[in-house]
Write a protein that binds this ligand. Structure first.
Ligand SMILES: Cc1cc2nc3c(=O)[nH]c(=O)nc-3n(C[C@H](O)[C@H](O)[C@H](O)COP(=O)(O)OP(=O)(O)OC[C@H]3O[C@@H](n4cnc5c(N)ncnc54)[C@H](O)[C@@H]3O)c2cc1C
Length: 404
């Protein structure tokens, strides 16, 4: 392990490795990523790998749309050079009700960034997607720019790019503290010694607040478990678009190796088991939310009949970190010179990782950037407004999982 570094990035999930790569590409000379495990082995590996222009469905999220467009180009380029299972098959957004059409599909369709998207009748939707039937559908939108990747492979590919750009990834290295002298970063302590540095990026996902404890900083966010399943292979065609049903607890389905990879949100354990602390285990307890997920899939039985039928062979659980306004925290910590944050992935960190990495790298390297980074500042949260996990959990957007 190096004795010193120009910048230490704590966390080798997709957000941390993308930030490190962007720092290298922006000219930082000596960037070291530390992770207590392997690249992308925590929440990132659970990610379903959908890339879309999610923020087009949210009012006032233009910076995120720019971030998503940047990330889309980033993954297309990464996919051309590495095996990350990159495919651009588009996404089919389903509305089972007029409310879902008005709230999610219409804003997506009418946003200038999705100019190639088209509205489909239920019959047309069934025709372009092998697993979808017209029954139960109100309408659908096909968004052809959307793509899919394998998330763990993408994190590993980004590490290769870091290494060819002069940076380093050090795995199996737990960060135990951040050293501050005066009001300045002085180093990082790890399970295998200390690294001198004047700049630290904390990108530790659900464990960000645990890492920040040693410097007395707290980011208003809560980690809520999310789960996806992989079914037995069933000769699902590789050109099937991804399927999204926002009103059905954000259900998503995609082809993966001839099988279906699918998931949705749930309310039962372990959803809230770690909301007031850090997840202690990566794979978490076996989800008792499983029954709830199956019941949600069952409600879609006539529209996606295969979901409830195909046996499941693997379960992946991760811990996306949610902020009260569903906006990430990207930028400096006021009062601690050299301490930077890339936190609050809000369940879309795979899509946002490259763009957030670019925003933060540009801020650190004092370059002009792709979008205004100020809306992502930690200081936007008025002091005392969110002082505990319970406060964050009670925020309307967190309560409604971004739906309201
Ligand atoms: C079921 C599911 C489906 C999803 N689907 C999608 C999707 O389709 N599209 C999408 O965009 N997003 C999706 N997401 C969200 C996405 O996976 C996350 O937003 C993203 O992976 C978060 O990345 P991260 O780098 O912030 O966190 P992580 O991947 O958790 O990385 C944090 C890293 O920090 C390390 N770390 C923590 N503490 C320490 C320490 N003390 N010392 C050293 N290292 C430390 C951990 O080991 C870990 O590797 C999904 C998530 C889940 C759970």
């Amino acid at each position: 392990m190096p004795e010193s570094a120009e910048i230490v990035v704590i966390g080798g999930g997709i957000v941390g490795v993308c930030t490190a790569l962007e720092l290298c590409r922006a000219g930082a000379k000596d960037v070291v990523v530390l992770d207590r495990g392997e690249p992308g082995a925590a929440t990132t590996q659970a990610g379903a790998g959908f890339l879309d222009l999610w923020a087009t469905t949210q009012a006032g999220a233009e910076q995120e749309v720019t971030v998503e467009e940047y990330s889309a180009d980033f993954y297309a380029e990464l996919g051309a050079q590495h095996d990350i299972d990159y495919v651009q098959r588009g996404n089919l957004w389903l509305a089972l009700s007029e409310k879902a059409w008005e709230k999610k599909l219409r804003p997506l369709l009418e946003h200038p960034a999705t100019s190639g998207a088209e509205r489909l009748t239920p019959k047309e939707a069934a025709e372009i997607c092998a697993v979808v039937e017209a029954q139960g559908l109100f309408t659908a939108v096909y968004q052809p720019r959307a793509a899919h990747i394998s998330t763990a492979a993408a994190a590993k590919a980004v590490v290769k790019e870091i290494e060819t750009s002069g940076g380093r990834f050090v795995g199996n290295r737990e960060v135990t503290g951040i050293e501050v002298v005066g009001e300045r970063i002085a180093g990082v302590t790890t399970s295998a010694g200390r690294i001198r540095t004047n700049a630290v990026v904390v990108a530790a996902g659900a464990w960000t607040n645990a890492v920040l404890e040693s410097v007395g900083v707290w980011v208003p966010m809560v980690s809520l478990a999310a789960t996806r399943f992989l079914t037995e292979p069933a000769s699902i065609p590789v050109d099937m678009p991804g399927v999204l049903a926002p009103e059905m607890s954000d259900l998503y389905v995609r082809e993966y190796g001839g099988a279906l990879s699918w998931g949705c949100l749930y309310e039962s354990s372990p959803r809230y088991d770690f909301s007031s602390g850090s997840p202690s285990a990566l794979d978490g307890p076996s989800p008792s939310g499983e029954a709830e997920m199956l019941s949600i899939a069952g409600q879609l039985g006539e529209t996606i009949p295969l979901l409830g039928v195909l046996p499941r062979v693997a379960t992946f659980t991760g811990f996306p970190a949610h902020t009260p306004d569903y906006r990430a925290v990207i930028g400096p910590v006021t009062g601690v010179e050299g301490l930077w944050l890339a936190a609050g992935d809000n369940y879309a960190g795979v899509t946002h990782g490259p763009g957030f990495g670019r925003l933060l790298a540009d801020r650190i390297m004092e370059r002009s950037s792709i979008a205004d980074v100020e809306p992502f500042s930690l200081d936007r949260f008025a002091k005392g407004l969110y002082s505990s996990s319970a406060d964050v959990l009670a925020a309307p957007l967190v309560q409604s999982a971004g739906w309201e």
